[in-house]
Each structure stands twice: as C-alpha cells, then as structure tokens.
Design a protein around this ligand. Structure first.
Ligand SMILES: C[S@@+](CC[C@H](N)C(=O)[O-])C[C@H]1O[C@@H](n2cnc3c(N)ncnc32)[C@H](O)[C@@H]1O
Length: 328
C-alpha cells in the first residue's frame, strides 16, 4: 500500500487562492502541455521544452516561439501551416493524455460529478484509478479542502495515473493536488482496513459488485455509490447486488448520448459522428444503519427472474424451475 499525499487535507491557510483547479494562467512555460489545432481540425498535443522543435507535415516550429506568450494565438510553421495554440481544457487533456486503462470520457465524468453530487469538500473514494481521467474531474469538484482516495490494484496503471494527475494539477515546485491519495491495492480489501468514511464511492471496474460490501460499510448515511459499467450483464449484476444488499435505495441506471450539430447557413443538421455507447451509470443512496428502503410495490416484469435468470435474486422472488420440454 502506498500513499502519495499527506493525510489529512490541508488547512485553509496552506492553500493558495485559486490553486489546484489545474488551470494555469499567464505566459506559457516550459514543461506545460499545449494543444495545437490546424485548419483541418487536427489536434497535436506537445509538451513545451526550451530549444526543441515541433515537426508537422507543413514544416516545423520552435517551442521557443510559443514559450513566454499568452495562450490563444495563431502560430505559422516554416511551410505556412497555421495552428491555434491553447492550453488544453480538462476535457481535452483526459482524452489525449497517455493511457494505461480505458478512461472515463468527459461526457460521463460530467454526469458522475452532477448525478453522484460531488461537492466541494466531499470525501470521495474511487476505484480503479486506471489512467486518472475521472480522478482529475473528482479532484476539481472536491477542491483542495475535499479528499479523493483512489484505489488501484495494478501498479503500472497507478504510475500512469500519478503522472497524468500531476501533469494536470502539478505545481511548478513539484507539489501535487493536496486532496489526493493514491492507494495501491484492491478497494474491497484496503478500504475496510483503512477505516475511512466516505460521502461518495465511485466504482469503475469490471466487477463493482465485489466492492459493494466495503462501499456500504464506508459510506455515510445519505452517501452515494455510483458505478460505471460497460455492458448490460455488468449493469444487471450490479443493480441486483445493490437490491439484495438492502442498505441502499432502489438503484437508478442510465446512459448519456451526446451528439454534435453542424450549423452553417441553411445547413443545420446533426453531425455525422457521435460518441454513442460508452458505459452505463448506476447510483443508489446509502440508508442509515439498520434501515431498509421499502421494496418496489410493483411486481417484476413477466420473465424478469424467469428460469434463464442466474444472477443475484431479490429475497422475495422465488426461483422458477424451467418447464420440462416435451419429448419428441
Ligand atoms: C477502466 S479502468 C479505470 C479508468 C479510470 N476511471 C479513468 O478514468 O482513467 C479500471 C481499473 O480498475 C482497476 N481495478 C479493478 N478492480 C479493482 C479493485 N477491486 N480495486 C482497485 N482497482 C481495481 C483495474 O486495474 C483498472 O486499472
């Protein structure tokens, strides 16, 4: 088990105003990432280094021509290519940063922050950290007086996440976000051992149901568990495990689809490309100790828990035997 930041969270006096948003102001500095956008909409992300050059199919440009300037300008390469220069936004950074595991896309990170009600000062636990994309959104939402404890069982992914989070939030003197702890290990084992309490637990992993018991024990009454799952089988198993646990409200499931629009004179139509399915989200609220949420009074849909259903089963739904098939 390893920890990258001191515990507990810092005192107000230790934190510079406007610090730890990941937004940098003022002239571009060596060591910062910038995003170059060409006239065909192609994006190039480069880390500024004094004395270095960036080569494109329209010639090169010197990093020294960018360092020291205020972002939001156009630079021309040696063969006349034009490039817009900005620091990447959080939503741009997470889709272009180096990846270990698949990342939570910005559209879903936004849903998680809103629907899991991540608030400034919150105590948030997440697993796994993967590449650290969701971690960046959580840290920004909780701010320097909150706490994000990220569990990751694979060291190589933890290393990628550590670098990415530091790249986004890191201070010039090497400090990283004061609200962040990265713990190496399985949430199901490490969270109970830590004795931590949490306002929100976010699970992005293959088998979130394996972490539900530990999540339930750590969550404060009224807290929220939120799972991000890619497939319908994971979605079903997680929802049924939450129901079976009994210490949560009825889980809610949804997905979000985001479509760009092309708007040009009379040509106003949906864009041709869209990010369709990424994953499903599920949320449920933790009941107070010993309290059970009333079960839905509506009967399950016909066949919902029929003979082909093999997952976790609500206590009041009996198993159904498959009808015998007539001999031919
Ligand atoms: C899809 S990735 C997470 C991506 C991450 N949320 C992001 O936005 O970059 C899933 C990660 O969960 C980790 N993992 C799976 N089960 C875990 C568990 N029980 N405890 C801790 N980490 C776990 C895996 O090693 C993997 O790195």
């Amino acid at each position: 088990m390893s920890s990258t930041t001191p515990d507990p969270a810092p005192a107000a006096a230790d934190v510079a105003p406007q610090a730890w948003s990941g937004v940098h102001r003022g002239p571009l500095r060596a060591g910062e990432w910038v995003r170059l956008l060409d006239t065909k909409g192609r994006k190039h992300n480069i880390c500024l280094e004094a004395g270095k050059s960036f080569h494109t199919n329209r010639g090169g440009m010197s990093h020294d021509d960018l360092i020291g300037r205020e972002e939001g300008f156009t630079v021309t390469s040696t063969s006349g290519g034009q490039y817009l220069v900005f620091r990447p936004l959080l939503s741009e950074f997470v889709v272009s940063m180096p990846r270990g595991a698949a990342v939570v896309y910005p559209k879903d990170a936004a849903q998680i922050v809103a629907m899991a009600d991540i608030f400034p000062g919150a105590d948030v636990v997440e697993a796994g950290v993967g590449s650290g994309a969701l971690t960046c959104s959580l840290l920004r939402a909780v701010g320097p007086f909150g706490r994000v404890t990220s569990y990751e069982r694979r060291e190589e992914f933890a290393d990628v996440a550590r670098k990415n989070v530091h790249q986004f939030f890191g201070a010039p003197d090497g400090e990283t976000h004061p609200a962040w702890s990265l713990e190496l290990g399985d949430l199901a084992e490490e969270l109970p051992r830590s004795g931590k309490r949490a306002d929100r637990v976010i699970l992005d992993m293959l088998a979130p149901w394996e972490c539900l018991e530990a999540t339930a024990d750590a969550l404060r009454p009224g807290g929220i568990v939120c799972a991000y799952v890619a497939t319908t089988t994971q979605l079903s198993r997680f929802m049924e495990t939450v129901r079976l646990h009994g210490g949560f409200t009825e889980p809610q499931a949804w997905e979000s689809l985001v479509r760009d629009w092309h708007v040009e004179g009379l040509a106003v139509r949906p864009g041709h490309k869209m990010i369709g399915h990424t994953a499903f989200l599920v949320t449920a609220r933790r009941m107070a100790p010993g309290e059970k949420a009333p079960r839905k009074t509506r009967r399950p849909a016909p066949g919902a828990y029929g003979p082909d259903y093999t997952g976790p089963r609500p206590a009041d739904v009996p198993e159904v035997e498959a009808p015998e098939t007539p001999e031919s």
